[in-house]
Design a protein around this ligand. Structure first.
Ligand code: 2P0
Length: 350
């Protein structure tokens, strides 16, 4: 009798928003970055990917992936690298314990959905690859640590390695050629700073003009400012940001976050041809934060922008009325979410 069981595991992974940005690869195949980065994980109540992975000897044909009901191409090198690494770990278990079913040889069926509109222009590759890797790791009963899984998720999309953790997360760039030390780690859990809030503002739902992968490669090849950012600016800021988080120093956290966002967008502008991710509404959001902070006499709000015009504003709960209220008054026509920080991941293996 053959094994007709359908094996299945589900998990969710959160969205993360960097406050010290990843921009530039020293190895495009392994997604090894030219600088370390640090992010804040958002609550899965508002923004997350849910993924179910299944496999069975009764399935035929190639591996498949459905995202929000649409078939996705899984033949790309990044998805294949994740599948290969996870199957390799499962095969090791099967070799060590020959009574285990040979899941590593069965086709995979993966079904994934986001609880935020994919068209919202928010980076979904981070939560998407983090959920994909953990769902398959759970299916294969790998019991790998989040750090070990971060090394696999990184090969799917660099920023995905940071979505394996909640709270405040660093991605250490590492120096090994094989990427074995380019890993994510928890800087502090969300509970360390429970008053932290984020306001996500959808300035534009359009797909970004220049993909992160292409933009980074062009920046590394052409920008004169880039080297100073990677070698001098970011290493200092990583240390300062870790201190600001450890001491719950919002003023320092906010100033570093805004300066790093602006430095990243300056490097984009310094790229040839120049990359413009911000638009007039983004700049209006920056001015609004500057006005709020000037009136408060200290930084009570911090803006940050990724590879697109959408704003994320960080603030503390005690300033929610001031910050969220001001944004509602002046930019209230924008869609978005006010959210907390993500703490625990659901369905964690091990
Ligand atoms: C970040 N971004 O640190 C930075 C800030 C965008 C701006 O990580 O090529 O989708 O898949 O490794 O992770 C977006 O880049 O790029 C990103 P790949 P990814 O969040």
């Amino acid at each position: 009798m053959g094994d007709n069981t359908i094996y299945r595991a589900s998990t969710t992974a959160p969205v993360n928003i960097a406050v010290i940005k990843y921009w530039g690869k020293r190895d495009a195949k392994l997604n090894l970055p030219t600088n370390s980065s640090l992010s804040v994980t958002l609550s899965q109540d508002d923004l997350r990917t849910h993924t179910t992975a299944s496999c069975s000897s009764t399935f035929s044909g190639p591996d498949t992936l459905l995202l929000n009901g649409s078939p996705q191409d899984v033949s790309g090198a990044r998805t294949q690298a994740c599948f290969k690494a996870l199957r390799g770990l499962r095969a090791e278990l099967e070799t060590a314990n020959p009574s285990l079913p040979k899941l590593s040889t069965y086709p995979l069926r993966i079904v994934s959905s986001n609880n935020f509109p994919t068209a919202a222009g928010l980076a979904s590759s981070a939560s998407g690859f983090a959920a994909l890797v953990r769902a398959i790791a759970n299916l294969y009963e790998l019991h790998s640590s989040p750090t070990a899984l971060s090394q696999i998720a990184r090969q799917g999309s660099g920023s995905a390695c940071r979505s394996l953790f909640g709270g405040y997360v660093a991605w250490d760039q590492g120096s090994a050629a094989d990427g074995s030390d380019s890993l994510a780690r928890e800087v502090a859990p969300a509970s360390h700073w429970p008053e932290m809030r984020a306001l996500v503002l959808v300035v534009s739902a359009a797909k970004k003009g220049v993909s992160s992968t292409t933009g980074m490669q062009t920046t590394v090849a052409t920008s004169a400012l880039f080297r100073a950012r990677a070698e001098d600016v970011v290493p200092k800021r990583m240390a300062e940001m870790e201190r600001a988080i450890a001491e719950r120093d919002f003023d320092a956290f906010a100033r570093l976050t805004m300066r790093d966002s602006n430095n990243f967008h300056a490097v984009c502008l310094d790229t040839e041809p120049p990359i413009f991710y911000l638009n007039d509404v983004s700049r209006a959001a920056i001015r609004l934060v500057e006005c709020i902070n000037a009136a408060a006499g200290k930084a009570v709000a911090a803006y940050t922008f990724d590879a697109g015009p959408n704003a994320v504003i960080y603030f503390l709960e005690q300033n929610a009325g001031l910050v969220a209220g001001t944004f509602k008054t002046f930019l209230g026509h924008l869609d978005g979410w006010q959210t907390e920080l993500g703490n625990k991941l659901a369905g964690q293996a091990g």
